[in-house]
Design a protein around this ligand. Structure first.
Ligand code: AMP
Length: 426
């Protein structure tokens, strides 16, 4: 038997109802904050991720699905291509390619699969889904403003509240800017020099190439050493400090609770200034529901104009796991089961079903070979609210028997009265 590949999975009903629910609510929130949808390709040139996410990150150094494409001619070496491990790089690539800065501040959102070759476990998959957003544009459009940082974070708090995720916590930090980073890296290198020999092989490499990434280390034995390293909060320049303070002040003013964690650097190189993560208590080891931050130099790093921005990516798999609603609660049930009873009734039943669906009702259409008893039991199994009986007598009399399957009450109604009665739910 051929099975889904390790780290991938089928999402099946009724659980997909939760995914639909979450995506519909996210779209609603994005509309309210004036974000618009962008869909970028699922694979891109490998270079894009190497240059944005960073060569030394776990994502680029270990986790990407990369292959050498074939060139046009047989002898041609094709491009190196990669399944996207995240979507910010693709959005910024599209921003540059389509000169989206001509529209001022761009507020874009995406929903889609991402791919990382991680060790699969609960809440960690090789194909997973993200709901994300990016607000970027020229500095003249206000893209650097702390207002933007606070707005996207507050958007997230509103979304979590709307979909009924309780028990989240927000951690916030500033990872500084291009001006502070060399100073901090230097201090880290110095602090690491005498101790790095006791650390894991990854950290030994990171210490030499990109010391900030040492903070991504999950090896327990390394943690006491990491705890003693310099703190980025001591290296922020005056502008970054003020920026961070303003983000904190706005969040406090709008009532979004947070804690500052000056060890939070997030595992991607492009972050500058504000970095944040929302965690959830019920998720276990993989407790981060979403993460995000500012990436003021990313557009330039990819050959574009200055386009400071801030964005986030919600892990949709984990968001769905943290919902208090059950799939059964949000799964739409048919409003009515239309049961053709007797030979030749299927046409009339199909007509009625079509009319009722036009009235925005959820309709399940039965099969003419079913008798009344079987129709009833099928309708009950589907948890339909009503059963509509379409038999020869009903058609002749233009009076259809509509049975409320909850109360057992049955009424005879004309065709044009049916939708209203079903919509009333009683
Ligand atoms: P990142 O792009 O690493 O900042 O991740 C953003 C969010 O995506 C995380 O907080 C997780 O919720 C989710 N995520 C990242 N990697 C995975 C994965 N392998 N499986 C499931 N969710 C993931």
């Amino acid at each position: 038997m051929i099975k889904a590949v390790r780290g991938t999975r089928d999402l099946l009903p009724p659980e997909t109802a939760l995914w639909d629910f979450v995506e519909a609510e996210a779209r609603y929130i994005f509309r309210a904050y004036n974000f618009h949808e962008i869909r970028t390709p699922i694979f891109e040139e490998t270079q894009l991720f190497a240059r944005s996410v960073g060569e030394e990150t776990d994502i680029v150094s270990k986790e990407m699905f990369t292959w050498q494409d074939r060139g046009r001619a047989q002898s041609d070496q094709g491009q190196s291509l990669t399944l996207r491990p995240e979507n910010t790089a693709g959005v910024v690539r599209a921003y540059i390619e389509h000169q989206l800065w001509k529209r001022g501040l761009n507020k874009l959102f995406y929903i889609g699969p991402q791919f990382r070759r991680e060790r699969p476990q609960k809440g960690r998959y090789r194909q997973f889904y993200q709901i994300g957003a990016e607000a970027l544009g020229p500095p003249s459009a206000g893209s650097e403003s702390p207002t933007r940082d606070a707005e996207v974070i507050e958007l997230l708090a509103s979304l979590l509240e709307r979909i009924g995720v309780a028990g989240w916590a927000l951690e916030l930090n500033s990872v500084g800017c291009a001006k502070d980073r060399p100073l901090f890296n230097e201090a880290l290198r110095k602090a690491l020099a005498p101790v790095v020999i006791k650390m894991c092989a990854d950290c030994q490499r990171r210490a030499a190439t990109n010391p900030l990434r040492v903070f991504d280390c999950k090896v327990p034995q390394d943690q006491p050493i990491i705890a003693q390293l310099p703190r980025i909060s001591d290296f922020l320049d005056a502008d970054c400090r003020v920026h961070f303070q303003q983000v904190e002040e706005i969040l406090t003013a709008v009532g979004v609770p947070f804690t500052v964690n000056d060890r939070l650097v997030r595992g991607l190189d492009y972050y500058t200034r504000t970095a944040f993560e929302f965690t959830h208590t019920a998720l276990g080891a993989q407790n981060a529901i979403l993460g995000g931050g500012r990436y003021d130099g990313l557009s330039e790093a990819l050959g574009g104009p200055s386009a400071p921005g801030i964005g986030f990516a919600i892990g949709e798999d984990r968001l769905v796991m943290s919902l208090s609603a059950s799939a059964d609660e949000v799964m739409p049930k048919p409003d009515v089961y239309v049961a053709p009873i007797g030979a030749g009734m299927d046409r009339e039943a199909a007509r009625l079903a079509r009319e009722l669906r036009r009235d925005a009702l959820v309709v399940e259409l039965g099969d003419e070979t079913f008798r009344l008893k079987k129709s009833l039991s099928t309708a009950s199994k589907l948890e339909a609210k009503f059963l509509l009986i379409v038999g020869e007598d009903e058609v002749k009399a233009e009076a259809f028997a509509l049975k409320n399957l909850g109360t057992g009450e049955q009424v005879a109604l004309a065709r044009n009265e049916l939708a209203k009665k079903i919509q009333s739910g009683t």
